[in-house]
Design a binder for this molecule. Structure first.
Ligand SMILES: O=P(O)(O)OC[C@H]1O[C@H](OP(=O)(O)OP(=O)(O)O)[C@H](O)[C@@H]1O
Length: 174
């Protein structure tokens, strides 16, 4: 597929400033609580590495889930899910980590799943928020930055596997 980059939405410095902002908020709220950090793979991989190194001064546990709903740049609305957490999260404070919240369907589904599994609390941190993309009413608890409602690539976001590890966040030509 021929992907043409239109423009940079966030450069590396802007992304790192967003990471530091949410890390500061999470540190303030979770120091001493030992939350379980749960990235939503695969897209969260890059943000998670940055965020958790920024939070290396507080104690937390780590697990992950693998969820995917996008095919060819469109949300299918159907989540392929492996909620295969290895940790017992009964009565634990869970923080779901994702690089983008868009329709909101992914985090909505996982908040419900983790609540069913007995978590004490389930909060969400995202690098970027496409507020205008929502299909349901839901907000992330910690948001690095708001971004326009266009298809984005980089910093974990991909189009059928392509451009996921671009260090900037870019919009593509329609
Ligand atoms: O708010 P939503 O509309 O649900 O979109 C957000 C989700 O979409 C992407 O995942 P994707 O389904 O592309 O899977 P991937 O992370 O494996 O690329 C992204 O990583 C988020 O998890």
């Amino acid at each position: 597929m021929d992907i043409q980059i239109d423009r940079v939405i966030m450069d590396e410095d802007q992304i790192q400033a967003a990471v530091k902002k949410v890390a500061g908020e999470i540190r303030r709220d979770y120091v001493g609580k030992r939350p379980v950090m749960v990235p939503i793979m695969k897209g969260a991989v890059v943000f998670t590495a940055d965020l958790l190194r920024e939070l290396s001064d507080i104690e937390f546990d780590f697990d992950y889930v693998d969820v995917s709903s996008y095919a060819h740049g469109e949300s299918t609305g159907e989540l392929k899910v492996e909620v295969n957490v290895r940790k017992d999260i009964t009565n634990r404070d869970v923080i779901l980590i994702d690089e983008v919240i868009d329709t909101g369907l992914t985090v909505d589904f996982l908040i419900k799943e983790f609540t069913k599994l007995g978590a004490k609390s389930v909060k969400t941190v995202v690098a970027v928020d496409k507020k205008a993309g929502r299909k349901i009413e839901i907000e992330a608890d910690y948001v690095g930055a708001d971004v326009p409602n266009e298809y984005l690539l980089g910093y974990g976001m991909d189009l059928d596997g392509s451009h996921r590890f671009l260090p900037q966040i870019v919009a593509i030509k329609a």
